[in-house]
Design a protein around this ligand. Structure first.
Ligand code: 5GP
Ligand code: MG
Ligand code: MG
Length: 184
């Protein structure tokens, strides 16, 4: 399947490649300023955050280490439950480190609250979050997300790391799927 074929599955482009590039550049400039003189550890959450991590990290001027976690949030279909299991933990200890969690999207915020509690208990010097996308539901949970790319409506989106049944992650933009994709 190539990108042209995936095009038939899409309903609309919500955030374009160019909008993503511009916004990540702005966030990187803020992060560079905020972390000046401190060594930064970026923690990407697999698999969704792969694209954001790759592009945000390259837009930074400051040196930054990267590490990865993979978690699975139990839940049916497109809703998460907040019950989280670690599939892959960080390679290194984060005690005393300035940690910036890099996320693709915050929907209910349940996965992220669990992750922040987990990482917070490991004694980092600081712990902040950068996410490309945030949905309105996230407002219901008390998480302080310092860097947000785009606030998006409450719709299921794919692309730029985000999947539907593991597909569409390699689209270079964020879009919504046509109804026939869900019903087939
Ligand atoms: P939360 O725990 O905040 O509800 O959801 C977090 C995870 O659910 C995200 O990291 C992502 O994997 C998945 N998710 C939430 N909303 C969407 C969406 O609109 N599209 C896709 N593809 N995944 C989503
Ligand atoms: Mg994620
Ligand atoms: Mg997924």
């Amino acid at each position: 399947m190539d990108q042209r074929d995936m095009g038939a599955d899409l309903e609309s482009v919500l955030v374009s490649e160019e909008q993503i590039r511009t916004r990540l550049g702005e966030l990187a400039a803020q992060i560079d300023a905020d972390y000046a003189g401190r060594d930064l550890l970026l923690v990407g959450v697999l698999k969704g955050a792969v694209m954001v991590m790759a592009d945000l990290a390259r837009a930074l001027h400051a040196p930054a280490e990267m590490d990865w976690m993979a978690v699975s949030s139990y839940g049916s279909g497109t809703k998460s439950s907040g019950v989280v299991r670690i599939l892959k933990d960080l390679d290194k200890d984060i005690g005393g480190r300035h940690v910036l969690v890099v996320e693709d999207i915050i929907d209910s915020g349940l996965t992220l609250s669990w992750l922040l509690a987990n990482l917070g208990s490991r004694g980092p010097a600081s712990l902040e979050v950068a996410t490309l996308l945030r949905k309105p539901e996230a407002a219901k949970v008390e998480i302080d997300v310092r860097y947000v790319g785009f606030e998006i409506p409450n719709e299921f989106v794919v692309g730029y790391g985000l999947d539907y049944a593991e597909r569409y992650r390699n689209l270079p933009f964020v879009g919504t799927l046509a109804p026939h994709v869900y019903s087939s």
